[in-house]
Design a protein around this ligand. Structure first.
Ligand SMILES: Cc1cc2nc3c(=O)[nH]c(=O)nc-3n(C[C@H](O)[C@H](O)[C@H](O)COP(=O)(O)O)c2cc1C
Length: 232
């Protein structure tokens, strides 16, 4: 099944007004660095909420939103995440750690609120909204049979994490993606010990930077961006 919920709707969408937002976004993307050391200053609750709201605006497969984010800021939680990351400095120093969780069994919950919201917004046709819950179930069962359910949910979580990194940079806050952690220990820290339907996609410190990082550079575009076929 193809995820084509909005393809027809976009045909009649009005052209967006030309803006210079691209320059702003480009500046934010270029200035973001992975920061390892943080100041302890707390993040105002309103700003944290705004950033996580923006992360949750990220696209997801079928809009199933098979991901969530847990904000950890109390001392015990940060200690548990420090241990889970083998003592890396980020969770010892940052006032907030974000844990991006991939939900590989999201489709089993039904999640009728998704279809109801899209229908109420006039975003999805009645026909699509009525048919898609069953279609999505079939698609997701196919993923499970091929052992891909976790991978698909991790994609949703990683895109949300990317949105958060860009939003945080625009707000003057630093982040870093983190891969080095023990999954069971992270799950225990956020209260999902033993849940086989939930997976840790990424950890991310959030806070004011206590260091300035230099851009480590990127490979030459000719090596990583191709036209029509890979390698050309
Ligand atoms: C999936 C992923 C996992 C990462 N894990 C870690 C990590 O565990 N610890 C760390 O200090 N940096 C981690 N990084 C940061 C990378 O080292 C960093 O993105 C890379 O060196 C490029 O630097 P930049 O982000 O400043 O452009 C990770 C980055 C990604 C994308």
């Amino acid at each position: 099944m193809r995820d084509s919920s909005t393809s027809n709707d976009s045909i009649d969408a009005p052209a967006r007004p030309a803006t210079d937002d691209l320059d702003t976004v480009a500046r934010v993307i270029h200035s973001r660095r992975s920061v390892r050391h943080y100041r302890p200053d707390p993040i105002p609750a309103g700003l944290l909420r705004r950033l996580t709201d923006l992360a949750l605006q990220a696209p997801s497969s079928f809009n199933l939103q098979a991901r969530s984010v847990v904000t950890v800021s109390d001392a015990a939680g940060l200690r548990a995440l420090t241990a889970a990351t083998g003592g890396q400095p980020h969770p010892q120093e940052a006032p907030v750690m974000l844990v991006f969780v991939a939900e590989s069994a999201a489709h089993r919950e039904g999640r009728h609120d998704i279809w109801e919201t899209a229908r109420a917004n006039g975003a999805w046709s009645e026909r699509y909204a009525a048919a898609s819950p069953e279609d999505v179930q079939e698609f997701q069962k196919g993923l499970e049979a091929r052992g891909l359910a976790r991978e698909y949910a991790v994609k949703d979580a990683m895109i949300a994490a990317s949105f958060l990194m860009i939003a945080a940079e625009a707000a003057g806050l630093a982040t870093s993606p983190m891969n080095g952690w023990d999954e069971d220990a992270v799950k225990k820290a956020i209260g999902i010990e033993g849940r086989d339907d939930l997976h840790i996609a990424l950890l991310m410190p959030l806070g004011l930077p206590a260091e300035t990082r230099t851009h480590p550079g990127r490979r030459d575009r000719a090596l990583t961006c191709f036209s029509e076929t890979f390698g050309r």
